[in-house]
Design a protein around this ligand. Structure first.
Ligand code: TYD
Length: 199
């Protein structure tokens, strides 16, 4: 059985990652791929703690908890899926930690170090929108990360990773269906042959 691939979708809060990740998984399934949507932070263990309303910790402890959550995510979901040949689409992954915790701590290298035990994505996308636009899309009460100044810095960190070739840029200001189209066009070269192409 061929190993699957890990695709990650990154971006600031309100960029539309969840909509796009799910649209890609729907397309993959329709086109004969075994595909799975997953997201971080997860809803168990350290991820559950991070997601609790009102939870606070120092940025360094938070970085460790996101990394711990990711290790469990890899062990429980990502690695078993890859072994079974799935295209795993993760709504946030390592680059979220580099962008958010790296920015908050002013130390990207340490954040990379504590995340070095998880597999690198086969392809990672940045869904880019201006923070002002992204924040205006968020209708529910804003979380501790959803502040204009922080998101400006996080976006710049993501854009640096585009410049270094780690992330592939997508224009998140287009309509949802246009964004999906751009994403699929840029993803296709990375896809293996579909496993179970229908009749
Ligand atoms: P997410 O669930 O994507 O946000 P939403 O509630 O909008 O769907 O992520 C929750 C927050 O966690 C988000 O503000 C970004 C932050 N985050 C980090 O700071 N570092 C990380 O490594 C991850 C995975 C998320």
């Amino acid at each position: 059985m061929d190993r699957g691939i890990l695709v990650t979708i990154e971006g600031i809060d309100g960029a539309g990652k969840t909509t796009q990740s799910k649209a890609v998984v729907r397309w993959l399934k329709k086109n004969g791929y075994a595909a799975k949507y997953t997201s971080e932070p997860t809803s168990v263990g350290a991820g559950k703690l991070l997601g609790k309303p009102g939870f606070t910790a120092s940025p360094a402890l938070e970085a460790l908890l996101f990394a711990a959550d990711r290790m469990e995510h890899v062990r429980r979901v990502i690695e078993p899926g890859l072994k079974k040949g799935y295209v795993i689409v993760s709504d946030r992954y390592v680059h979220s930690s580099i962008a958010y915790q790296g920015t908050m701590l002013g130390d990207m290298d340490w954040v990379r170090t504590i995340n070095k035990f998880v597999p690198k994505p086969d392809v990672a996308f940045l869904l880019d929108v201006e923070p002002r636009v992204a924040l205006s899309r968020i209708k529910r009460p804003k979380s501790r990360f959803e502040k204009l100044e922080l998101l400006e810095a996080v976006r710049n960190a993501y854009l640096d990773m585009v410049a270094s070739g780690e992330l592939i840029l997508l224009d998140g200001t287009k309509s949802p269906s246009q964004v999906t189209e751009e994403l699929l066009a840029k993803l296709k070269p990375f896809l293996p042959n579909p496993k179970c192409k229908g009749p």
